[in-house]
Design a protein. Structure first.
Length: 130
């Protein structure tokens, strides 16, 4: 029996809040697709866990590990899709930024198979990275 999206997402969010990427990515399918459609060093499409983790590791190091999930506002559950309204936080040098994001997830076979991240203010993110 595969995990229901509600159970899957609860455990996934707990792992992300702890910054335990090994536990969090265990909820991803091996061939997960991730989409970040803004213009900054983290933009682009990633195919597979390793591609995402490599880029995330470099950016986390540049940010001194400050990128974090600040708050989960709401999680909306469907049979195969989940939408999470979140606030994230990061510090880069003298700049700090809190940003609102909508993450949309596709789930299948008890795993997260695809993730789309949509930022409320992509211009603020571009400025943060410039």
């Amino acid at each position: 029996m595969t995990a229901l999206p509600s159970t899957l997402m609860k455990r996934y969010v707990e792992a992300v809040e702890r910054k335990d990427w090994e536990a969090a990515t265990a909820f991803w399918a091996d061939d997960v697709l991730l989409h970040f459609p803004v213009r900054n060093p983290f933009s682009g499409d990633f195919s597979g866990k390793e591609a995402f983790l490599e880029r995330y590791g470099r950016l986390s190091a540049e940010l001194g590990g400050t990128i974090a999930l600040a708050e989960v506002h709401e999680v909306l559950l469907g049979a195969e899709h989940v939408v999470a309204l979140v606030r994230q936080r990061a510090v880069r040098g003298e700049q700090s930024l809190e940003f609102e994001r909508v993450n949309a997830y596709s789930c299948g076979g008890g795993k997260i198979t695809e993730i789309w991240a949509y930022d409320y203010d992509p211009c603020a993110l571009e400025e943060f990275w410039s």
